[in-house]
Design a protein around this ligand. Structure first.
Ligand code: NAD
Length: 498
């Protein structure tokens, strides 16, 4: 068995004491592929104190120097994209093409961050009063923590890390313990780009490492992505310790199909968005809301497409890989039993699919339920697997009400040929990211990513200008240089600008 997967400290791999470790699996075979070190509280403290020191020097570097490193990082990431994708597939299970797509989306944030000199520009107002000028500047926070989920081991860290570093911060990343290797390849890209040691760090681990970051007085902010209960906990604990926190949580994304929609397009979209990455995407479509009378035809069109999907080892050229762990697969299959017991109609049963030769993998094929209703656990809970539920609605208003009643508000989509209906939906729906005839409306790097309600705690979304704001603090300077001609003498009144 290979050596324990280490942390990244001082610009290199660092084993630490590894008093506790976690198992990492190859989900396509079900075999343990390695162990990952779990950081203790004192190990996290040591990494944070390195980061404080390195961050001070990094913040003092010129923008030109910082930007040169950003361009170097972009090049290194692009060069290493296939290695990173292979590491993701080996530990997460998603198919190679999808893993490459994930790296590409992360790369786009690195490209956005290469524009730091422009993005960090302040403003200047000349002569706001006699001899007085006012200007604003933005400064880094110091040491920032990023805590990421298993489902995008490269893209989610890259939503935050390049922007934080370009803005002059030092970063401590705590990746998911389920697929830790991509973070080390990203760390190598930073080293290749010439980032000084200590500015980017990785600590692996579980709740112990997370709590150490949340409570550490030298950690200025926390960017978290994961499930809703943990996001709420991270937000409450981090803010109670005086930190700036953005905590992105879970999702249950609805796709509304109006009767005038092109049914083939809608069915293609539902299958792609429901089963890509085995449904382990926070922007996956998990509920299709079929507005009367399209239900029967839509279920038929979706079901017939599912028959041609191949499930198997993501390295062997198939459409869908396994789930991330055996425990997660069992949790998802448990929902299938619950759905049947609650009276939903199981149209396609993914439990029948087990790829030949890889019987030990964490398999569940694409699954489709019809006649699903609120109150059933397959509707109410985030399942995070390849399970698509169809709910029937009598009208547009009923569909909208259903989407807005969800406690989540990450993504949603509407399929229609009616521009007016789409515009109404876009205005009335209580969701952060909306697709109009687009099933997975993930914003580009220069827009910001984030949901509403229980899908995001805090008020700042990821990347785009909101990312720049999150990782900097504003200052406004009011300045007057002595000009003997404009002496005003003593004035105890409140400053006026007239
Ligand atoms: P998770 O909440 O289990 O884990 C996320 C991170 O929190 C990991 O680093 C993990 O080690 C840590 N963690 C887990 N339990 C903890 C605890 N008790 N205390 C402190 N830290 C803890 O999430 P996951 O299973 O890795 O990822 C899937 C979830 O992430 C889904 O709910 C999905 O919707 C969500 N997600 C959301 C977005 C978004 O943008 N809103 C994006 C990707 C994933």
């Amino acid at each position: 068995m290979s050596a324990t997967i280490p942390h990244w400290r001082g610009g290199e791999r660092w084993s630490g004491a590894a008093e506790r470790t976690g198992e990492v699996f190859d989900p396509a075979t079900g075999r343990v592929s390695g162990q990952v070190a779990f950081a203790s509280g004192p190990e996290v403290d040591a990494v944070v104190s390195d980061a404080v020191e390195a961050g001070r020097a990094w913040a003092a570097e010129s923008l030109s120097r910082r930007t040169a490193v950003m361009f170097g990082f972009r090049e290194a990431l692009s060069r290493r994209r296939k290695d990173i994708a292979a590491a993701i597939t080996a530990e997460h299970g998603k198919v190679l093409d999808d893993a490459l797509g994930e790296v590409q989306r992360g790369l786009e944030v690195a490209e956005f961050a290469c524009g730091a000199p422009h993005l960090l520009k302040g403003s200047f107002s000349d002569g706001v009063s006699g001899g007085v000028d006012v200007y604003s500047i933005r400064q880094p926070l110091g040491v920032v923590a990023v805590i990421s989920p298993f489902n995008f081991p490269a893209m989610v860290p890259l939503w935050f890390v390049p922007i934080a570093i370009a803005a002059g911060n030092a970063v401590v990343l705590k990746p998911s313990e389920k697929d830790p290797s991509a973070s080390l390849l990203i760390a190598e890209c930073w080293a290749e780009a010439g980032l000084p040691a200590g500015v980017f760090n990785v600590v692996h681990g579980d709740k112990v490492a997370v709590d150490a970051l949340l409570e550490h007085p030298d950690v200025a902010s926390v960017s978290f992505v994961g499930s809703t209960p943990i996001a709420r906990y991270v937000y409450e604990t981090g803010t109670a310790h005086g930190k700036r926190v953005q905590a992105l949580g879970g999702a249950k994304n609805h796709m509304v199909v109006l009767p005038d929609a092109d049914l083939d397009t809608a069915a293609d979209a539902a299958v792609s968005a429901g089963f890509g990455s085995a449904g382990e995407r926070c922007m996956a479509i998990s509920v299709v809301v079929a507005v009367d009378p399209v239900g029967d035809d839509l279920v038929e069109a979706i079901g017939s497409r599912m028959g041609s999907l191949t499930t198997g080892d993501g390295r062997k050229g198939c459409d869908m890989g396994p789930l991330v762990t055996g425990a997660h697969r069992d949790k998802v299959t448990g929902y299938l039993d619950a759905g049947v017991a609650d009276g939903a109609r199981l149209v396609v049963d993914g439990r029948e699919i087990v790829p030949q030769g890889d019987e030990g993998g964490f398999w569940l094929g694409p699954t489709l339920f019809d006649q699903v209703r609120p109150g059933m656990s397959i509707y109410d809970d985030e399942i995070f697997g390849p399970v698509l539920s169809v709910v029937r609605a009598a009208s547009y208003d009923e569909a909208l009400e259903l989407v807005n009643a969800s406690p989540y508000g990450n993504g949603t989509a509407i399929f229609t040929a009616d521009g007016g209906a789409a515009r109404r939906f876009q205005r009335d729906v209580q969701v952060g990211m909306i697709g109009i005839n687009v099933p997975i409306p993930v914003p580009m790097a220069y827009y910001s990513f984030g949901g509403w309600k229980s899908s995001l705690f805090g008020d700042t979304h990821a990347h785009g200008m909101e990312g720049i704001h999150f990782f900097t603090r504003g200052k406004v300077v009011t300045s007057r240089w002595p000009d003997p001609a404009q002496r005003t003498g003593v004035d105890l009144g409140f400053p006026r600008h007239d």
